[in-house]
Design a protein around this ligand. Structure first.
Ligand code: F1P
Length: 347
C-alpha cells in the first residue's frame, strides 16, 4: 500500500483529482495505436492495461511477450506508441524490442522501477514506478505499482483523446486514490491465507481462472506459484476451461477462481460450477457479495474488499501473491531466491 501510494502521488494531483504525467515532447492525443511489450509479471500488467486503454481511450492495443515480438514483423504505423513495462529495465528481450520499435519510428514509453536503467534512458516518456527495490527475485510490489501507473496513463490518454470528460477523469482518480486503503484491507487476510496454504501445498498441479481483467491476474497467480513453490500451475481465461483444460480437473487439482462481483461474475461462477461438478476443489476469491452468492461448496474462500472494477486488479494481486508465498513457506522453498531464476534476465 505504501509504495502504491507513493507511486500514485507522482501521477495524481489529489486536490484537483486529475492525472499529471511527466513532461513529454509529443502529443498524446495523436496516438492511434499502442504496442505493449514485456516479459513475465510485467507482461501481465500490460495485459490488464490493454483492457483499460481500449475501454477508456478507445485506442487499439497490440500486445506480445518480448521473446516472441522479435519473431514478428509487426505493422508499426507512424504515430504509434510502443509501451515497455519492466521492473528492472534491463530484461534483454524487452530492451531488444524497445530498440526495434525506436528504429521503426515509434514513440517509446517505459514503465520501469529502476530509473537509471537502460530502458529508462532510452524512453521518450519515462513513467517510473516507485516500488523501491524488490527484495526477492520474483516481482510482487512492482506489479501493483505498474498497474497504478498504467491506470493513470489510460485515464490521461482517454482525456486527451476526448473519450473522458473532466468529471469522469475525476471519478477514475478518486477510485485510484482509494487503492492503497483497499490493498491494506486485502493484506488483512494474510493470516487466513496462510492457514489455507496447506490445502494447496500438497498439489502437483494448480489451475487459476479469471475473466476479463482478472484473466491476467490468474496468469500472475499461476506464475508466482510456479516461481516460488515449484508447483506446476496454469492460468486460464475461465471461458477457455471447456476448450480443453477441463479434462485436467479432478479432486487432486485445486482451482483458484478470481471473481469480484460485477458484470463478469455470473459467467465466471458458471465456469466454476462446471469445475465443481467434476469434483474440482475450488478456492473462490471474491468480495462479500460474491462469496454470499457463490461461496457454498468451495474448498475455501478468500474475501476481498468490494472495490471499483478499475482497482480490482491491484487488489486481487494481493491474495494470489500471498497464497504463492504461504504455499512456498509451507513447502520450505526459498521465496526470495528461487532456483533457476535471475533478478533480471539479461541474456
Ligand atoms: C521480468 C521477469 C519478472 C519475473 C522474474 C523474471 O522482469 O519475467 O516478471 O518475476 O523475476 O523476470 P522485468 O522485465 O519486469 O524486470
Amino acid at each position: 500500500p505504501t509504495v502504491v501510494a507513493q507511486t500514485l502521488s507522482s501521477y495524481i494531483r489529489p486536490l484537483e483529482q486529475t492525472v499529471a504525467l511527466p513532461q513529454m515532447d509529443f502529443d498524446l492525443s495523436k496516438i492511434e495505436r499502442i504496442t505493449i511489450v514485456a516479459c513475465g509479471t510485467s507482461f501481465y500488467a500490460g495485459m490488464v492495461a490493454k483492457y483499460w486503454f481500449e475501454t477508456f481511450a478507445r485506442v487499439p492495443v497490440d500486445i506480445d511477450v518480448a521473446s516472441e515480438f522479435r519473431y514478428r514483423d509487426p505493422v508499426l504505423q507512424p504515430g504509434g506508441l510502443a509501451l515497455f513495462i519492466s521492473q528492472s529495465g534491463e530484461t534483454a528481450d524487452t530492451l531488444a524490442a524497445l530498440r526495434h520499435c525506436k528504429a521503426n519510428g515509434q514513440t517509446i514509453a517505459v514503465v520501469v522501477n529502476v530509473p537509471t536503467s537502460s530502458m529508462a534512458r532510452e524512453a521518450d516518456l519515462l513513467l517510473p514506478t516507485h516500488a523501491g527495490p524488490e527484495i526477492g527475485v520474483a516481482s510482487t510490489k512492482a506489479f501493483t505499482c505498474q498497474l497504478a501507473v498504467l491506470a493513470a496513463l489510460a485515464a490521461h490518454l482517454a482525456l486527451k483523446k476526448g473519450k473522458l470528460n473532466a468529471g469522469e477523469e475525476r471519478e477514475i482518480v478518486r477510485h485510484l486514490i482509494e487503492a492503497p486503503a483497499a490493498l491494506n484491507a486485502a493484506l488483512a487476510h494474510d493470516e487466513e491465507i496462510s492457514k489455507m496454504a496447506h490445502l494447496v501445498a500438497p498439489a502437483r498441479d494448480v489451475l487459476y481462472l479469471g475473466r476479463g481483467p482478472d484473466y491476467p491476474l490468474a496468469l500472475e497467480g499461476a506464475l508466482k506459484l510456479k516461481e516460488i513453490s515449484y508447483i506446476h500451475a496454469e492460468g486460464y481465461a475461465s471461458g477457455e476451461m471447456k476448450h480443453g483444460p477441463i479434462a485436467l480437473i479432478d479432486e487432486a487439482v485445486p482451482v483458484i477462481v478470481l471473481a469480484p462481483s460485477g458484470p463478469l461474475f455470473e459467467k465466471t461462477v458458471s465456469n466454476m460450477q462446471e469445475v465443481m461438478a467434476r469434483g474440482g476443489k475450488v478456492v473462490l476469491i471474491s468480495d462479500a457479495e460474491g462469496l454470499a452468492e457463490a461461496g457454498d461448496g468451495c474448498m475455501a474462500t478468500i474475501e476481498m474488499p468490494k472495490v471499483h472494477p478499475l482497482i480490482a486488479p491491484l487488489v486481487y494481486a494481493v491474495p494470489v501473491q500471498l497464497l504463492a508465498y504461504h504455499v512456498a513457506v509451507a513447502k520450505g522453498t526459498d521465496v526470495d531466491q528461487p532456483r533457476n531464476l535471475a533478478k533480471s534476465v539479461t541474456v
